[in-house]
Design a protein around this ligand. Structure first.
Ligand code: NDP
Ligand SMILES: O=CCS(=O)(=O)O
Length: 251
């Protein structure tokens, strides 16, 4: 059975993707920082499919490299890497943000994603045709909005990094896709607001956001396309989300 490695599997898209791949019988390498959640996942899915859990902070390049180096033999031939671990912080104007929050987003969404990709590239190339890297970007990487500052910029990096990877991976069979979701109801806003349940609930109230399972389905679809198809970018919004017009500062 093919193997999927999913970063940030303890919540949201990553967790839903773990269930989706498991339903199709894939073996799973599931990572995240919250080991108790990883253990729960292993208990829930381990009866059906092979599951390896790795408690891992993607920001720690050495730990990531070591974990990949030490993958047990039966988990080495990875078919799909889902670079999903990420977060937004500080939904307020750039001039009011703590520098530490910008660093955390860059360290996680950019450096962390790069750490995992660098460690996994030899494995994916060894797998060859049919292998894929699926990076979770965001609409925020293409569309600016107030309070998006560094978060959107990290997701623009994710998109361009994927395109550049594609150039270098030509001939290896390894595909690269940027899946760019719009508003989705996960723990994302709770993290972004540092635990403000009321703000998180208010954002999703009265509309129909994407659910984690919607994005998991897209991830699985991209991962299981015929070997000769590479979707470069897939932007997915809720039907009830669209763009705003330009705003004008007037006297
Ligand atoms: N929800 C949304 O509206 C959208 C989200 N996205 C992106 O989707 C991805 C998943 O987010 P979503 O599921 O919504 O949010 P969640 O907060 O529900 O899940 C985020 C996951 O990332 C993991 N994570 C965060 N930081 C680290 C770290 N340093 N090391 C390892 N794992 C980490 C968390 O695990 P743990 O805390 O256990 O480490 C968790 O499993 C992110 O990249 C996000 O930017 C993109 C577009 C829309
Ligand atoms: O990436 C998350 C979606 S949004 O909050 O930027 O619209």
């Amino acid at each position: 059975m093919p193997i999927a490695m999913i970063t940030g599997a303890t919540s949201g898209f990553g967790r839903a993707a773990a269930y989706r791949f498991a339903a199709a019988g894939w073996s799973l390498i599931l990572t995240g920082r919250r080991s108790e959640r990883l253990e729960a996942l292993e208990q829930e899915l381990g009866d059906k499919v092979r599951v390896l859990t790795l408690t891992l902070d993607v920001r720690d390049a050495e730990a990531v490299a070591r974990a990949v180096e030490e993958l047990p033999a039966e988990f080495r031939e990875v078919t799909c890497l889902v670079n999903n671990a990420g977060l937004a912080l500080a939904p307020k104007p750039a001039q009011e943000v703590d520098l530490a929050d910008w660093h955390t987003m860059i360290d996680t969404n950019v450096t962390g994603l790069v750490n995992v990709t660098h460690a996994m590239l030899p494995r994916l190339i060894a797998t060859g045709a049919g292998a894929s890297i699926i990076n979770i970007g965001s609409v925020a990487g293409s569309w600016p909005y107030p309070g998006g500052h560094v978060y959107g910029a990290t997701k623009a990096f994710v998109e361009q990094f994927g395109y550049n990877l594609r150039c270098d991976l030509k001939g290896t069979g390894v595909r690269v896709t940027d899946i760019a979701p719009g508003m989705a109801e996960t723990e994302f806003t709770l993290v972004r607001t540092k635990g403000d349940h009321a703000a998180s609930d208010a954002l999703y109230r009265g509309t129909t956001p994407l659910q984690a399972e919607d994005i998991a389905e897209q991830i699985f679809h991209v991962a299981t396309l015929p070997d000769h198809i590479n979707i470069n970018r897939l932007e997915v919004m809720p039907t009830r989300q669209t763009w705003s017009p330009f705003t004008i500062d007037r006297d």
